[in-house]
Design a protein around this ligand. Structure first.
Ligand code: SAH
Length: 369
């Protein structure tokens, strides 16, 4: 192994890529499996702890490689057990991730990009614009940090059983890194999560959705939010490029793949008062999705500063749900969690709007420490 390059980050490697790396450097491929286990099952942050590797291999790895996850700069616990982390990337960008414990599972909401380019009008991440794609290490590093933190918790029975790619960013616009990170989540030597418990959420980047269907078996959530193109064009501007009819066709193809365990699409529908929450729109939605195996997830809108949208009333949300139920759909109203720490959906930009304000925010945090 030559010494002239900057250190590689072991968290950037899928299992396959690490095998290739070891073989290229004259090692046996099973070394990759050992290292993957140390990294993602034991969550070690030090190559010296990988005690089943020979001294020589450890020394060589220490020379050429490191284990570098994003840096945790703030951790907040909500009264309902929801946990939010603010993470700083090597270049100063900030991302957030959220852990939501429930009776029978623990869900980690993972970010795929710093900022987002899609500009959905009801989402606070859109306000900060797009900075860049996250690397594999920055995505899988979120799960790595959450697992390490929960493992250390003395009264810890909480584990990450589910991952939803519903944090900041549009995962399908960061395709290759997303796929490598997902492979690690599913790999039995790494996180070993079930395919049903790993969900990619998308606004509908259709060519990438077709590619995903051909590449990997995971669950799919689609951010629909409107029953017709006219309204969806406004709420989710990506719709102007990939309209609803095409979206539905692509989703059907996704379900039709032969080797898949995928049984349905989860449709996300944010409830915005007076915008998309009428009885008529519920009936339109029911008609639109007819024939596609569907679960509908109604998300009470989470307000953030300077938004003109309002959350639909509980009565309205229930009425909307009942119309869908009567049409035979499975419908869930998402509980809002972590409200007291701005950890709810679409709030992950928190109080940081742009780069400069974010830096001010960091400066303040550092002073407090
Ligand atoms: N870009 C992807 C994933 C990130 S958004 C996507 O669009 O699916 C995750 C989910 O949170 C999406 O369904 C999104 O529409 C929803 N969301 C965004 N802002 C919200 C808000 N203020 N209140 C409620 N849900 C919101």
């Amino acid at each position: 192994m030559s010494n002239s390059h900057p250190k590689i980050n072991l968290l950037d490697f899928s299992h396959e890529a690490l095998k290739d790396y070891f073989v290229k450097h004259g090692e046996k491929p099973f070394r990759a499996t050992q290292v993957i286990k140390w990294l993602h099952q034991c969550c070690v942050d030090d190559i010296a702890q990988m005690t089943n590797l020979s001294q020589a291999l450890r020394a060589s790895l220490q020379q050429h490689a490191e284990i570098r996850a994003p840096e945790v700069i703030m951790e907040q616990q909500s009264t309902d057990g929801t946990c939010k982390w603010l993470l700083r990337l090597a270049d100063g960008n900030a991302i957030e991730m959220v852990f939501i414990p429930e009776d029978d599972r623990g869900t980690l909401c993972v970010s795929s990009q710093a900022g987002c380019a899609l500009d959905c009008t009801f989402c606070s991440t859109a306000r900060q614009g797009f900075n860049r794609n996250l690397s594999v290490a920055e995505m899988i590093g979120q799960l790595w940090i959450a697992k390490r933190t929960l493992q250390k918790d003395p009264k810890g029975t909480r584990i990450v059983s589910n991952v939803v790619m519903m944090g900041m960013g549009e995962p399908l616009l960061n395709f290759d890194n997303l796929v490598s990170a997902l492979r690690l989540m599913l790999d039995d030597h790494a996180y070993g999560l079930s395919r049903r418990r790993v969900t990619v959420s998308t606004s509908g980047v259709l060519p990438a959705l077709d590619r995903l269907a051909d590449t990997l078996d995971v669950s799919l959530a689609v951010s629909l939010h409107a029953p017709d193109d006219e309204l969806r064009d406004k709420l989710v501007p990506l719709n102007r490029k990939y309209p609803i009819r095409e979206l539905l066709k692509t989703c059907q193809r996704f379900l039709d793949k032969k080797e898949t365990l995928r049984k349905h699409i989860t449709w996300e529908y944010v409830m915005l008062e007076g915008i998309n929450d009428s009885d008529k729109q519920a009936r339109q939605l029911a008609k639109l999705l007819r024939g596609i195996p569907s679960k509908i997830n109604l998300i009470p809108f989470n307000p953030f500063p300077d938004t003109s949208y309002k959350r639909s009333s509980n009565n309205r949300i229930h009425r909307f749900r009942d119309i869908l139920l009567e049409s035979g759909y499975t419908v869930v109203i998402r509980k809002t969690r972590g409200d007291d720490i701005d950890a709810a959906c679409g709030q992950l930009a928190g109080k940081v709007n742009d780069r400069s304000r974010r830096e001010i925010h960091f400066a303040r945090i550092e002073k407090q420490q």
